[in-house]
Write a protein that binds this ligand. Sequence first.
Ligand code: ADP
Ligand code: MG
Length: 696
Amino acid sequence: MDLETPIEFIKGIGPERAKFIRNVLGITTVEDFLTFYPLRYIDKSKIYQIGDLKQEPETEIQFKGKITDLQEIGYGKGQKRLSAKFRDETGTLELVWFRYSNWMKEQIPLNREIFIFGKVNLFNGNYSMPHPEIEVDEKKALYGSLLPIYSGSEKLSKRGINNKFFQNILSEITQSLPLLMQENLPEDLMKNLKLIGRIPAFYHIHFPKDFYHFEHANRRIKFDEAFFFQLGYGLKKLHQKTSVIGNPFPKIGENFNNFYENALPFELTNAQKRVLKEIRTDMKKPIQMNRLLQGDVGSGKTMVALLTMLIAMDNGFQSCMMAPTEILAQQHFNSIHELLKDTDIKVRLLTGSTKTSERKIIHEELLSGELAILVGTHAVLEDIVQFKNLGLAIIDEQHRFGVAQRAKLWAKNKIPPHILVMTATPIPRTLAMSFYSDLDVSVIDEMPVGRKPIITAHRREQDRLSVFRFAKDEIEKGRQIYFVYPLIEESETLDYKNLMENFDHITTFFEGKNVTMLHGRMKPAEKDAAMQYFASGKAEIMVATTVIEVGVNVPNASVMVIESAERFGLSQLHQLRGRVGRGAEQSYCILMTSDKLSKESRTRIKTMTETNDGFKISEVDMQLRGPGDILGTQQSGVVDFKKLDLVADGKIIKTAKTAVELLLTTDPQLTKPENLDMRNYYIKLYKGKNKWSRIS
Ligand code: ADP
Ligand code: MG
């Protein structure tokens, strides 16, 4: 037997059953069984007392007492069930059997001290236990270790594939562990990180002697997952660093210095300075930069982007900056254009709605090198858009661009441009550490000074009048207000109708004020006009759907009312809220919801009212939705770990990352004798699965 042995060769499984197990559980080899980890464990070393039960217990538990009053009860259409009382010194519960034979009924031991074990249900204040396991032998009942419970189903049980079956098979397999696997981590590493061996870990994950053993086994197995995953990325990155050349930007020149000294409208925050230094260090090298810039909404990423582009320019290169939507691209263009107004640096905007005549100019100026900075949507990816010398590509909002699109940017220059990816939705650190291991990460973790945290409140329909009055007061003070409505995706028509009705309500209530509207059905030019009307201050109120989610910057808007807030995701709510709090005034975000909220909606709303920290919010979001959903479904497989939990295991992931970094600086080819077993394991692990598994 080895790890790849098909399961039909395991004692107790024939070809028939093997086929069934393969089909239902996807288990095909001995190794699959080994990594079919228990869902949980049962502690049979403890006897519970009925009188101590306060609620329905989560797990199966054991009692000691007597069965009495066994009887058959008819119910339904001629159906019968078997019922009995079970008493210990502290209370009584009901035992129930829905399926039983006469033989089984006769076997039930009455009026003598026995042990029962099973799941306790609470219904109408009464405790009951369906289909209890009964044990008369005290020695057998009190089992001195944790019993593994495997995920099963009725379908499987019918074929005899129940928990007992899994226990037997795994007991069989774990007996042979020393023949099946060998240690894959060097001794020193294990010692330093207090990791138990791989073989004991696999034994104790299935049959832990106690919780202490379980914890150690669990930690070791999680560590392996994190470690070898990071090792894969680490090697890939190393490979990239040494083979993908980039244009070195050694200089800081006139463009940067002039701007920095004469046009910078504010002092950079320390975080902005630090991040800029990290970027600059990267770009000095003749190696392509691949950096992720994380920063909360409003942390000032645009300025960092601009300064980075000025460095590119000082070194004789063009830059482009790409945003996922037309509105956002427009906003970026506006702010960059405004910041550069006292310089002679040329910047242009290219989107789907750019006029042909303008396009022609852009194409020409890009080729001649006259145009230093191009801002746009993915229109910039089109083949016809050719640069003289593209040295830097900045991508805003990573989530919406795929890897393929990144690759297209690479191809825009003979030597690929440096890449800076910016995300406005912070990604939980653990996720960034694992998923974006191929990117270096910079974090702006500090807001510009003088920002007042946005006050967020939860309100319901009955509070509407006071919410509207509050909004009116703010308008009287000279502020502007957003009202945001969710998109009803199933019905754009309904959505539109809904928005129109609300628009009417608002115009009526806020009589004499100018109300403008923004929604997905409008043409780009109409959207622009509506935005402009609001941004210029001519309209006090903007009624919008989520099209305003990204980028919109109107500093005088200080109140955002989000309608049906329970229908928005957390990161979306956070993004929306980021549209206020951009000026000097105290800003407010009011989350309107219906009275009835699901548990998850309540958590989302509560999180929003409690914190403004995008990183904290992303952590909660990941707990609610799981890492796969946060990254987008196509990418979820990438973080499909068996044991490792990206939400809870940040510490292990960090330890593994540090260990990988140390390893790759001391032995980048994994050729040291103490690392050979690791190397072999790694190669086997990624055999055929990964094109970047090359260690020369
Ligand atoms: P985001 O990171 O969300 O893209 P922006 O770059 O749009 O944030 O910046 C938000 C606002 O903060 C802008 O109005 C910008 O001018 C301002 N800002 C950026 N950096 C600073 C700073 N260091 N001090 C003061 N204001 C700043
Ligand atoms: Mg931005």
